[in-house]
Design a protein around this ligand. Structure first.
Ligand code: ATP
Length: 229
């Protein structure tokens, strides 16, 4: 059963078209990666799904069309989104950020700390005082506090230390085991190899193929071409 079905998605910035005819599906509990270089349209695709970019086409979440709904309504249905710039509340503590994520209800701290064990000792620390990698974990944990069924992660490994990236990869795999589906964008094929069930290649606003996990680390020629490396 697919949790997300996208058909003929096109996205626009004014008159400029940034996505063309995108079809994709994410099954319940599946981790799917979008791979592409800067400007390929990865962020635009995730923003179109949460409703932050003007788009045409069909987006179904749990079998229900959501393309006309504003972002907060999509979030309330169980679609989580972690933007590239994370947007955690720097002046709030970790605990307070998680409470905001749970939308006023008490967050399930035990479950969240099981996924992100290193946040436990930082619960009362202001987010501004955490490293970039720790803030990324908090951003994902805060989104999970709302108990989404699918989380959109925009370049989660960007700008974080490799050791933290491998911890984050572990957290994403644990999310999957708990039945949360993930659609993430990445330029780091090793991170994708560590977390994803499958990978889709995005080039100039179009899905141009897929890559087997075995083609990612080391990256095959096709993967290198899409990444421009
Ligand atoms: P990055 O890793 O740099 O975020 P990306 O693959 O996520 O790359 P997008 O940010 O989705 O790529 O950009 C896709 C295309 O849309 C690019 O040509 C970009 O210049 C354009 N674009 C992105 N944001 C805007 C905007 N706010 N206004 C106009 N054009 C935009």
């Amino acid at each position: 059963m697919s949790v997300l079905t996208v058909r003929a998605l096109a996205a626009f910035y004014g008159k400029a078209q940034a996505l063309f005819d995108v079809d994709l599906e994410v099954a319940a509990g599946e981790v799917v990666a979008l791979i592409g270089r800067n400007g390929a349209g990865k962020s635009t695709l995730l923003k179109s799904l949460i409703g932050l970019v003007t788009a045409r086409g069909t987006v179904e979440f749990d079998g229900r069309p959501i393309g006309a709904l504003p972002p907060h309504a999509r979030a309330r249905l169980g679609l989580g989104y972690v933007p590239e710039d994370r947007r955690i509340f720097a002046d709030l503590t970790v605990r307070e950020n998680l409470r905001v994520g749970a939308r006023g209800r008490a967050p399930d701290l035990q479950a969240l700390l099981a996924l992100f064990p290193n946040l436990r000792e930082m619960l009362d620390r202001r987010a501004a005082l955490m490293s970039g990698g720790e803030q990324q974990m908090l951003a994902v944990a805060r989104t999970l506090a709302a108990k989404p069924r699918l989380v959109l992660l925009d370049e989660p490994s960007e700008g974080i230390a490799p050791i933290i990236a491998s911890r984050l990869a572990e957290s994403v795999r644990a999310m999957k085991r708990q039945g949360v589906a993930v659609l993430l964008s990445e330029q780091n094929p090793r991170f994708v190899a560590a977390v994803a069930d499958r990978a889709l290649l995005l080039e100039r606003g179009r899905l141009v193929g897929s890559a087997a996990i075995g083609e990612l680390s080391p990256p095959s020629e096709a993967v290198q071409r899409v990444l421009g490396v």
